[in-house]
Write a protein that binds this ligand. Structure first.
Ligand code: PLP
Length: 412
């Protein structure tokens, strides 16, 4: 029998037999409270009955219909339904399979449309692992090391990470925007810059939310220079942050929106949305792939959207997120090793630091392992791996939040 790659071996702590709602059940008969949601994917909970039913039904009718020859109803209906929840003006959609591919699609589109070679990303960014997306990823060297030569045309500017410098949000934002102006005079010029790519909350970079002043600063510079503002909502979209889109918190529009993860409850589907005018600047053959917009994945996404809307999951993310955050802050108040609790909605991070305030990845790893042993699944993130994050399915209820908080306090 073929061996599993070492990466697969180390990444499989639980041999899951089945999932239901916020719980996973291992082959060992144990039950786990899943505060990872498959890295922010299973927002409707594991195996939501409406998603399962929609997938069963679609799989019996048509599994694959490649859009160059076969259009199908799930893709058309999904596009109609998504237009109800997309920000105004983003009225054209294109589908691929993963977050990274959608980032690549947005990169191609913004370069085509503007004829400009460079994009600006922000320090701590994670946009994926394909070579283009990895070049745009700055959240940890492990995502780039050893893959040179990477793609050209990516310029990095600071993100307002107040905690790292002991700054206020205002100070961090002022610094980041001044540096962005400097970046636009030094590493690239406005005339060479196609787009800003920004995550409304830095994800893999440590769960650091952007803020309104920073996002307005990007919008204003983008408008002044004809630069496109691309929001990478792969992790923050579909209700995760307590608003439908993460950048809804900041009251700025976007020119391109990238969505994946929570879109289809675990089926591989991602999309980019832009205005019709902008999308028209990509031509057939310049974007795409064999499986993009798969019929079963689109049916899963439609059912996901039904569940998100009919069960009020966006509101639930805000309500349960506030409850979880309050509980985490209480734990942190008693534990000097937790230097910061932050995030939006049900996308929350706990930053572990040593007595000098430096990142303490060993403490984060110990707590993550202790939580897992106690039955609470968690993930880490951040450049040093010292942030323990919590991203439960958006169907989580108050009792399950309290159960998670009890296990968290025990583990800490
Ligand atoms: N963009 C963001 C913000 C992400 O968090 C991720 C994955 O974590 C990606 C892009 C890449 O998505 P995928 O892993 O589906 O390629």
């Amino acid at each position: 029998m073929a061996e599993l790659s070492p990466i697969l071996k180390q990444a499989t702590p639980v041999l899951a037999e089945r999932g239901e709602g916020v719980y996973l059940y291992g082959e060992d008969g144990r039950r786990y409270l899943d505060f990872t949601a498959g890295i922010g994917v299973t927002s409707t909970g594991h195996c939501h009955p409406r998603v399962v039913e929609a997938v069963r039904e679609q799989a019996g009718k048509l599994i694959h219909g490649q859009y160059t020859t076969v259009m199908h109803r799930p893709l058309l209906t999904l596009s109609e339904r998504l237009s109800e929840v997309l920000p105004e003006g983003l009225d054209s959609l294109f589908y691929v399979n993963s977050g990274s591919e959608a980032v690549e699609a947005a990169l191609r589109l913004t370069r085509h449309a503007t004829g400009r070679p460079n994009v600006v990303v922000f320090h701590g960014s994670f946009h994926g692992r394909t070579i283009g997306a990895a070049t745009m990823t700055t959240s940890a060297t492990k995502f780039r090391a050893g893959f040179a030569p990477l793609m050209g045309g990516v310029v990095v500017s600071p993100f307002p990470t107040a905690f790292r410098y002991g700054w206020s949000e205002e100070e961090a934002t002022r610094f980041a925007l001044r540096e962005l102006d400097y970046t636009l005079q030094t590493l690239t010029s406005p005339a060479e810059t196609a787009a800003f790519f920004v995550e409304p909350v830095l994800g893999e970079g440590g769960y650091v939310p952007a803020n309104s002043a920073f996002m307005r600063g990007l919008r204003e510079r983008a408008d002044r220079h004809g630069i496109l503002l691309v929001v990478d909502e792969v992790q923050t979209g579909f209700g995760r942050t307590g608003r439908f889109w993460g950048h809804d918190h900041f009251d700025v529009g976007s020119d391109v929106l990238i969505t994946a993860k929570g879109l289809a409850s675990g089926f591989p589907l991602s999309a980019i949305a832009a205005s019709r005018d902008l999308m028209a600047k990509a031509w057939p053959g310049s974007q795409g792939g064999t499986y993009g917009g798969n019929a079963v994945a689109c049916a899963a996404a439609l059912a996901t959207l039904d569940v998100v809307q009919s069960e009020g999951l966006v509101e639930n993310a805000a309500t349960q997120g506030a409850r979880l955050r309050e509980g985490l802050a209480k734990v942190a108040a008693d534990v000097s090793a937790i230097g910061d609790v932050r995030g939006l909605g049900l996308m929350l991070g706990n930053e572990f630091v040593d007595k000098d305030g430096n990142p303490d990845p060993a403490a984060a790893a110990r707590v993550q392992q202790a939580a897992s042993a106690a039955g609470l699944l968690l993930l880490t993130c951040g450049a040093a791996g010292n942030v323990v994050r919590m991203i439960p399915p958006l169907v989580v209820n108050a009792d399950q939040i309290d159960e998670g908080l009890g296990l968290w306090r025990e583990a800490v």
